[in-house]
Design a binder for this molecule. Sequence first.
Ligand SMILES: O=C(O)CCC(=O)C(=O)O
Length: 273
Amino acid sequence: MNTQVSYLPGLDNLKKLPDDDVQEFSKNGHTLVHGVLSKDEIDAYRPVIAGAADRYNTEKRKLEERDTYGKAFLQIMNLWRVDEDVKKFVLAKRMAKIAADLMGVENVRLYHDQALFKEPGGGPTPWHQDQYYWPIDTHNTVTMWMPLIDIDVDMGMLTFASKSYFDGAVFNHEISDESETLFDDYVNDKQFEISRAKTMKAGDATWHRGFTIHNAPGNDSDKMREIMTIIYVADGARITPYKNEWQKNDHEKWLMGKPIGGLIDSDLNPKLL
Ligand SMILES: O=C(O)CCC(=O)C(=O)O
């Protein structure tokens, strides 16, 4: 007999975002919002997201057989397309509204989601800028990064170079040992303040701009660092010509190859507000 009770709370009710968070995001390019999901809500969604991440993970190599990028995390993309329960989380208005309020816009669209699970012993995530990968004509993009379990600094806490988004794209480098070295020198030269939470509760979330330089240390614990991310883009943004092969790939994969110069409005990019 199946005794499992499948109940998922709706996440379309909105939460007032503290003014301090909006100001910090605008000033530093990142902020941490506490209690985006309540304990009961994250307890309900965690097994759904972690289960889907496990089912759709295609990485089977041992950690020591992978390169720096491969060691950083298991990356499972657009789970909302394959799992109806995860879809309720990814398309939720509550998180979309926080994204809109942080960016100061009325409407946002989904770019894509990704589960980023750093395994016990998993390596550091090198410094990078997310928007290097995106063929998008606006700086009004934001990534939500939400732990599904309580995490502390030893588990690979996301780390930001405050105010580093102002100059837009800094280097033409993908996430790699090279990006780590170059950005590290850049961040030191510019004397950006480095910001990293000591702990985060399941259901808290950090939010960072597409050009905010960020990295994460390795996971020195014996637990999986379970993170779900959602990337939002301001409605009205358009597709730009590719600046690198990764953007070409993103155009096909996350924007359904819609015309360059046209609006980001494919079926993969629903308007969430
Ligand atoms: O989870 C990580 O280690 C890196 C996350 C990241 O770079 C992102 O969400 O933009």
